[in-house]
Design a protein around this ligand. Structure first.
Ligand code: OFO
Length: 165
């Protein structure tokens, strides 16, 4: 049994995935306009993944016979002076998504909705991996530092990470 309150929360999570898709696509536009080829592939691959996550919520809600509504999304605001700031913005977004997933798990548990809890565990693990990846990339950017070829090395790292999947 899934309450209307929990269905509404799941629909918000669906919209959160759509928002993440927009953020990653906007980040790809930023990197592309700053001549980062590897980073652009990295962000576009992630944008695609976020769409896949949105569809998982779609199917789950559809199976429940719940109403699915798409919110109007604001233009994603990414104000980054450099690629490090861009990744900090992405990390903030991922942390926000994680908080919402945790809130939904708490609600599912309070309602003894075991199937919803089990469904959301996949997303909790995924968020753990994505936050870990953001930290790893920020650490690499810091390791590379600000030398004259820093942009090239950062871009190459991101191209490698995209290949590794
Ligand atoms: Fe959907 O994985 Fe992050 O946001």
């Amino acid at each position: 049994m899934v309450s209307d309150k929990l269905k509404t929360k799941l629909n918000e999570l669906l919209n959160g995935e759509m928002e993440a898709h927009h953020i990653y696509t906007q980040a790809a536009a930023w990197t592309s306009s700053h001549s980062f080829e590897g980073a652009t592939k990295f962000f576009l691959a992630h944008a695609q993944e976020e769409l896949g996550h949105m569809l998982k919520f779609f199917e789950f809600l559809d199976d429940l016979g719940a109403e699915i509504t798409l919110h109007g999304h604001q233009r994603p605001l990414i104000k980054a002076e450099d690629i490090r700031e861009l990744f900090v913005a992405v990390q903030d977004e991922e942390r926000k998504v994680t908080r919402h997933i945790v809130e939904a798990i708490e609600l599912a548990r309070a309602e003894n909705s075991f199937e919803t809890d089990a469904f959301l565990q996949w997303f909790a693990r995924e968020q753990h991996e994505e936050e870990k990846l953001c930290r790893k990339i920020l650490d690499r950017i810091d390791l590379i530092g600000g030398g004259p070829n820093a942009k090239y090395f950062i871009d190459r790292e991101l191209a490698e990470l995209t290949k590794a999947g």
